[in-house]
Design a protein around this ligand. Structure first.
Ligand code: C2E
Ligand code: MG
Ligand code: MG
Length: 596
């Protein structure tokens, strides 16, 4: 009997995280009262661990634990009934016990029992003279034991329930999932994570409506989830706006997700609250015990991110997507660290731009390079999109801008005039003082404004059309040139393009690459060039890799080209020697343009 319950009893005890915690007045108060009622100098709250009785609270006891063997408190915990021993020395069970050895003669203990019926230990009083306990004394001791349990449960619940929703929190989720894994190893379940809103939506909502409204929205959703899930699965409030469900997976993950989303949408439509939020649901199907609870939740979270990115609303965990998220997260984190304190990892390279009339290099584009200490070179095509969506975008531009201006100044000092083109991000257009800061940097590095060109992708411009226009006008006034990068890949309208104070249009390499493939492809680029010329822009073709493409571009009146045919992006130190080589070759009348 004792053995079969023992594992569950011990697990219940350990989950309470009470063992070996410091004494606390809330327990000592009860222990004192027990001693007073019996008129005895010794009393304790004693918990029955695997092989010891450990005292959470003790009065008149020196040790903080005694061996479990032959301890009357252990018998109380195991049987979960009160025990009175009028004279320990006269009792065959306890005559040779450690307790009797300390001079104790009388013992009375009442059990500390959880709701589930596990005996955790005892509240006991001890006397040095043999005596009996009255029914009244024992009734009082039983009441006090109930108070100890109430105190234990209170402490346990504290930190396990989210105050706003009243739902069990993430710790409880972890614990319950571990319990399930112990009881039903290998059983498939769905971990469903409901994310009520994007962080910025909550922040906007708090700003406009106040945090009470946000709390009300969370309570509303929590109430609904609790009602909906009361029977089959528990709901947990795992972070500010996220709820997790553990669902028996006889339902399909997709089916469950879609059903949940439909019901949530119906709820939102019917509620008086004007949600300015978008909900996303991520589901991770797991086998109990095979992934840790932390991992299970993280995987559901990865699915939420995917649901948001793909705008599908509901997404099922996928290992491949998860690996991609993890790498991206790591890259972003490490890039931030590189920018903050390990700038040796970062450097700029430059790729020449060639004017097709003179066949001369007329400038270069600055491209960021990052050598990760463990991953090696990471392509900007991989990390820049993540950086541009993060808070690091502004600082990244700032770093590249300063590095570029320093480079122009360095070349100027040795008599080289090389205008540089620097890529900036959509986020920069939102900085009200961006144009002004660019001017300050120009002054700081003593560089003339016409030596600097800023490249903005068409899609960045279209993200903030009005801001873009203001900033571009301000930059233009300051004499800085503006290029529209990756032209053709965004969705700008002609009417809008015409208003842009840009100087240069850079046709994206995806179009340039194809112009020798067919007349339609060639016609597309030809039209882009003549349209851009018509609007007064100078045209640069990106990604020129072959002589065939170059010839075709010459025939289309393209102004400038950039691409591997001439030079790959190169270390800044290599640029001056490269330029010299090209000029010498040019003066000798040989073809200066060679594959880089
Ligand atoms: P982008 O601004 O359009 O830069 C041109 C990209 O095309 C560069 O890739 C360049 O190495 C590559 N490229 C040049 N010629 C050829 C060619 O002939 N064939 C092929 N296949 N590729 C060619 P990279 O350096 O990997 O940069 C990728 C993108 O990352 C850039 O596209 C730009 O959008 C972004 N990026 C790079 N550096 C920065 C930076 O400092 N700031 C910001 N905001 N973005 C940057
Ligand atoms: Mg560019
Ligand atoms: Mg480009």
């Amino acid at each position: 009997m004792r053995r079969s319950n023992e594992a569950a009893r011990l697990s219940a005890l350990r989950q309470l995280n009470l063992l070996d915690t410091p004494p606390s007045e809330s327990f000592d108060r009860i222990t004192r009262m027990a001693g007073q009622i019996f008129g005895l100098p010794i009393s304790a709250v004693s918990l029955t661990d695997e092989d010891r009785q450990w005292f959470k609270s003790r009065l008149g006891v020196d040790h903080d634990s005694i061996p479990r063997d032959k301890a009357p408190c252990a018998a109380v915990a195991e049987s979960a009934v009160p025990i009175v021993v009028p004279d320990l020395l006269a009792d065959p069970c306890y005559a040779t016990s450690v307790l009797a050895g300390t001079g104790a003669r009388f013992y009375a203990g009442t059990p500390l029992v959880t709701r589930e019926g596990h005996g955790l230990g005892a509240l006991c009083v001890i006397g040095t003279e043999p005596r009996n306990a009255t029914a009244k004394e024992m009734a009082a001791l039983t009441d006090l034991a109930a108070m100890v349990m109430a105190q234990i449960e209170l402490q346990h619940a504290f930190g396990r329930v989210e105050p706003v929703s009243g739902l069990p929190n993430r710790n409880q989720f972890y614990e319950d999932l571990s319990d399930k894994a112990r009881d039903h190893p290998g059983e498939p379940v769905l971990i469903v994570l409901v994310d009520l809103a994007r962080a910025e939506q909550i922040s906007n909502m708090t700003g406009v409506l106040g945090s009470t409204e946000v709390d009300e929205m969370i309570r509303h959703a929590a109430r609904w989830l609790r009602e909906m899930s009361a029977v089959q699965h528990a709901a947990y409030h795992v972070s500010a706006t996220q709820f997790a469900l553990i669902v028996q997976s006889d339902t399909s993950a997709e089916g469950f997700g879609i059903m949940l989303m439909e019901r949530l949408n119906a709820l939102r439509a019917g509620s008086g609250l004007r949600f300015v939020t978008t909900t996303a649901i991520g589901i991770s199907p797991i086998s109990l015990g095979l992934s840790s609870p932390e991992d299970a939740l993280r995987m559901a979270h990865s699915a939420v991110i995917d649901a948001r990115e793909t705008q599908r609303g509901v997404s099922i965990y996928s290992h491949v997507t998860d690996q991609a998220h993890r790498r991206r997260y790591r890259l972003l984190d490490d890039f931030g660290a590189a920018l903050d304190k390990d700038r040796d990892q970062l450097r700029i390279v430059v790729q020449p731009r060639i004017d097709l009339l003179s066949d001369m290099c007329v400038g270069a584009e600055v491209l960021l390079r990052w050598r990760h200490p463990e991953l090696g070179d990471v392509s900007p095509a991989e990390f820049i999109p993540a950086v541009e969506r993060s808070a690091l975008a502004k600082r990244t531009t700032e770093w590249v801008l300063q590095a570029g201006l320093m480079q122009i100044a360095e070349w100027q000092a040795v008599g080289l005039d090389v205008p540089l083109s620097i890529n900036i991000s959509a986020a920069n257009l939102e900085e009200p003082d961006f144009a002004m800061r660019v001017q300050l940097y120009l002054l700081k590095h003593n560089v003339r404004s016409e030596m600097l060109e800023l490249e903005l992708t068409e899609s960045a411009i279209m993200e903030h059309p009005e801001h873009a226009l203001q900033q571009m006008n301000a930059l233009k006034e300051a004499g800085v040139k503006i290029a529209i990068d990756d032209f053709g890949t965004g969705h700008s309208s002609l009417a809008y393009l015409q208003r842009l104070p840009a100087d240069v249009v850079k046709i994206d390499q995806s179009f340039v690459r194809d112009i020798t493939n067919g007349e339609r492809e060639a016609q597309l680029v030809r039209s882009m060039i003549s349209l851009s010329h018509g609007l007064g822009f100078r045209v640069v073709a990106e990604g020129v890799e072959t002589a065939g493409v170059l010839d075709a571009l010459r025939g289309m009146d393209c102004d400038e080209v950039q691409g591997y045919l001439f030079a790959r992006p190169m270390e800044t130190a290599r640029f001056a020697p490269w330029l010299k080589e090209q000029r010498t070759a040019g003066m000798q009348g040989t073809c200066m343009l060679q594959a880089g």
